[in-house]
Design a protein around this ligand. Structure first.
Ligand code: ADP
Ligand code: ASP
Ligand code: MG
Length: 401
């Protein structure tokens, strides 16, 4: 079998961990498989690079920022290749461009457009284990990055183009849990989860997989498993339709996100087409808007509020101020210190009343709900950030224990 193995930051965090990774790869090869590796930067290297850049410039040049952030993965790829060579394994490190990973020409969260599989195929045919830097590619001669956590996406894309038999994501937890096991001790590991539910959980803040990795795995039918690099334990398979017991639960998981801000435009004249203007401007300026709520039209005015990541709130506010003359709103309000808690489950489609139950649980726990957003398989509530852990624990208990 051809197996793509991705090792996350903690899994290559120290020399000892890198040696353990090399031992695992050796075992994989001894079982008669072929391996292709994708690695993240060691430990918190990327955070440290972010810190360095911002110590020089609050808004660093995007090209240089990506060039800097991509270096972390080069360190670990070379070290892992060396550790493999020490064990008599032929191995070679590849940066994104060396592996032929082309992205669209944007920085910060570029999408891959093409992977030239030729180079990697040749290496595999020569009996070499390629060790590819995750999270990066090239566009028009510049290094680009795929967004934080993007090494998962590199691994799935490589698995897709090589038509690998499986893509194994090695991390510091033993699989996908019903919620972040660091926040809820009684969270339990799922044997299987559907692509759709996993995609919702990832999009709603569950860090364990990068959302685009799940998207690509679904699209290209990649067999994807999340496992621990620290333990020999079955992981979680991400599949089209889970067969297991979990399906009996209406809710599959609880996800959350911190550092949310809400911006409210009060008293926008209804005839100004304000909604279209607000959101198209924010989009062209690269600000992601999440939950949007518009009040019922009472008179000739509406109130519009939306959430953004806290780090984007200053920029979003100043854009709204620039647009005051066009929008003619009466007042502009920004509230920070918020968070989002979500419940996800394919079973919700056929079970009305889940949202009501969620609001009831939050009310019982004295958590004020400031905004709500729903889809077929999720309900999200914006709540005060100070109460997020308690809310997650409470909802987990109510729906999953
Ligand atoms: P890596 O560096 O290996 O990519 P990440 O830190 O990106 O690892 O992702 C793993 C982390 O995701 C875990 O340590 C855990 O705290 C967090 N996490 C959040 N939600 C979940 C979940 N539902 N199941 C498992 N882990 C989760
Ligand atoms: N090193 C990058 C990050 O920390 C990419 C990754 O780990 O997936 O975001
Ligand atoms: Mg990750």
């Amino acid at each position: 079998m051809l197996i793509v193995q991705k090792y996350g930051g903690t899994s290559v965090g120290t020399v000892e961990r890198i040696e353990a990774v090399a031992d695992r790869v050796l075992r994989t090869l001894e079982q008669g498989h072929q391996a292709v590796l994708v690695v993240s930067a060691m430990g918190h290297t990327t955070d440290e690079l972010v810190r360095l850049a911002h110590a020089i410039e609050r808004t660093p040049d995007e090209r240089e920022y990506d060039a800097l952030l991509s270096t972390g993965e080069q360190v670990s790829a070379s070290l892992v290749a060396m550790a493999l060579q020490k064990r008599g394994i032929k191995a070679r490190s590849f940066t994104g461009w060396q592996a032929g990973i082309e992205t669209e020409p944007v920085h910060g969260a570029a999408r891959m457009v093409k992977i030239d599989a030729q180079v990697l195929r040749q290496a595999i045919d020569d009996g070499v284990v390629p060790v590819i830097t995750g999270f990066q590619g090239i566009a028009e001669g510049s290094i680009t990055t795929l967004g934080r956590g993007g090494s998962d996406t590199t691994a799935v894309a490589v698995a897709a183009v090589l038509e690998a038999d499986a893509c194994e994501i090695y991390t510091d937890v033993t699989g996908v849990f019903t919620t972040d096991p660091r926040v809820v001790k009684s969270a339990h590991k799922l044997a299987e989860i559907s692509y759709d539910e996993m995609l919702e959980l990832a999009n709603l803040g569950a860090q364990v997989l990068h959302p685009r990795a799940v998207e690509n795995a679904k699209q290209y039918h990649v067999r994807l498993v999340v496992r621990s690099s620290f333990a020999e334990e079955e992981g979680t398979w991400v599949v089209e339709t889970p067969a297991g017991l979990e399906q009996q639960n209406v809710v599959t998981g609880v996800a959350f996100e911190r550092e949310v801000a809400r911006i409210a435009l009060i008293g926008v004249p209804i005839n100004r087409h304000g909604l279209a203007m607000v959101f198209s401007t924010l989009a062209t300026r690269g600000i992601n808007v999440d939950v949007i709520v518009q009040s019922v039209v009472q008179t000739s005015e509406v109130d519009v509020s939306f959430t953004v990541k806290e780090e984007d709130s200053d920029r979003a506010l100043s854009i709204m101020r620039e647009m005051k003359a066009e929008l003619e709103y009466r007042d502009l309000v920004c509230e920070t210190g918020l968070a989002k808690v979500s419940i996800v489950g394919a079973g919700m489609i056929s079970n009305p009343g889940v949202a009501a139950q969620m609001f009831g649980e939050l009310a019982q726990a004295d958590v004020p709900v400031k905004m709500v957003s729903t889809s077929e398989i999720k309900v999200s509530c914006i709540i005060p950030a100070t109460q997020i852990e308690m809310a997650v624990q409470h909802l987990h208990k109510a729906f999953l224990e």
